[in-house]
Design a protein around this ligand. Sequence first.
Ligand code: SF4
Ligand code: SF4
Length: 249
Amino acid sequence: MSLEQIRAGLETAGFNLSGTLSPEQFDPLVPEVWQSKHHVPGCRGILVVGSGGRALWSAFARSPEAGLREDPLDRYTARVVGEVADTILPRAGIGLYWEKRDKQYLPMMKLGERAGLGTPGRLGILLHPEFGPWLAVRALLYLPFPVDPGEPQSFDPCNGCPAPCAAACLGQVVHEAGLEPSDCFRTRVLKRGCRVGCAARSACVVGPEHAYTPTQLAHHQRIRWRRPVLGYALRTLLADPLGRGRGAS
Ligand code: SF4
Ligand code: SF4
């Protein structure tokens, strides 16, 4: 199975963005437990797997996982990436964006940036020249063969942009230096509009034609109220109960 065939298989399932890293580039960027030499000895190349625009949602909507109640998109991703890994000999290792090892996540945004999937922008997410902020980095394949490593994007769209994203943000949490995730989260807790959409992301001038559908965006924005998330919400609200004018209404 060649890299081109692997990419074609992923693209059919909606994973239409990917980039490559060598183990030497990858290992210094991730916690030790995720490093190729520990997680998948014999790994000789990394494929960073993502999706841009509506392709993933469209493929997922036709899958059996779409009818599941718990984490349907994550389960779809795990199945598809696992099936692709099975076609590679010897079998490729995988890493998924929601997986923890020794309580540590993979730094997907950093890996996506290094592999050339997008460039960090004011919204605190990667921006792609075609898809704008409408992309996600979802998984890794630890390949048993070497790859030509990708290069980071030279794209720099926020520089000089009038930033309609900042003006549109319901919590006023998008600043020139970036977005403070805890302020954004607080606003999502307090404002329904940020639990079903993101006015700031929707105002970005890059790739608006690739914006997620309302259903897709609501799926990504909703808060999954599990015990650790509930604890984080309480700590965030107690630390700044009035939202200092950013998130409270
Ligand atoms: S979710 Fe709300 S607070 Fe967060 S960036 Fe989007 S508009 Fe702003
Ligand atoms: S609207 Fe402009 S400043 Fe805001 S994220 Fe998009 S490119 Fe960057």
